[in-house]
Design a protein around this ligand. Structure first.
Ligand SMILES: Nc1nc2c(ncn2[C@@H]2O[C@H](COP(=O)(O)OP(=O)(O)OP(=O)(O)O)[C@@H](O)[C@H]2O)c(=O)[nH]1
Ligand SMILES: [Zn+2]
Length: 191
């Protein structure tokens, strides 16, 4: 969880009170009187890694038994679209071909969670996960596949409930080796 300083807390609370008043609500009514405080706490979680450029909570292990391909699939994530500050959420699938080193399995969902907790767009989230996997594991091949629903497309604007957006990145062996690429793509499309 992020720790906001007193100045940030005051700004956030004032902002939420002003927003409630601006939409025509009464910021002093009992139902919302504690809302500014709650929103600060919620934002401390939702935006916990805003501004951070490098994921650091990982462990690598040497291996002499390289697998053809490691797949961690169906990792749930929740993020906030930077255009409307509304949620977008879904799943991430990550695959890599090791080159002498492997990452602790739980660290892949941790990386996804780290990357998600900031204002973003789906394409940039996909790139951030791919770039950090590349920097940390320097694999022989890498694929990141993100499928998400965007509340800014579902509950407002174009109002299209259920629309899904897919973004993917394929690099090196997972791009050039059709067997590896197709088996990853088949796995994630069948889920
Ligand atoms: N590429 C991309 N676009 C996104 C993402 N999240 C939201 N958007 C889009 O950002 C665009 C912002 O367009 P604007 O015309 O500035 O804003 P708007 O008037 O609220 O647009 P509408 O949503 O069409 O009503 C919209 O088309 C959104 O669908 C994302 O993760 N990736
Ligand atoms: Zn949006």
């Amino acid at each position: 969880m992020k720790t906001f300083n007193n100045e940030q807390i005051l700004k956030l609370q004032t902002g939420v009170t002003d927003l409630l008043a601006a939409i025509g609500d009464d910021p002093d009514r009992s139902g919302v009187i504690e809302t500014p405080e709650r929103v600060v706490k919620a934002h401390a979680e939702i935006f916990a890694h805003t501004g951070e450029t490098q994921f650091s909570d990982y462990k690598l292990f040497d291996t002499t038994q390289d697998a053809d391909m490691v797949v961690v699939e169906g990792i749930p994530f929740y993020s906030m679209c930077e255009h409307h500050l509304l949620p977008f959420f879904g799943t991430v699938d990550v695959s890599y071909v090791p080159d002498g080193e492997i990452i602790g399995l739980s660290k892949v969902p941790r990386l996804v969670d780290w990357a998600s907790r900031r204002p973003s767009v789906q394409e940039n989230l996909t790139h951030l996960i791919a770039d950090e996997m590349q920097r940390i594991v320097h694999p022989k091949g890498l694929a990141v596949n993100v499928t998400a629903r965007h509340m800014c497309m579902e509950m407002r604007g174009i109002n299209q409930p259920g629309t899904q957006t897919n973004t993917s990145i394929y690099r090196d062996l997972l791009k050039t080796d059709t067997f590896l690429r197709d088996s990853f793509a088949r796995r994630v499309s069948q889920r």
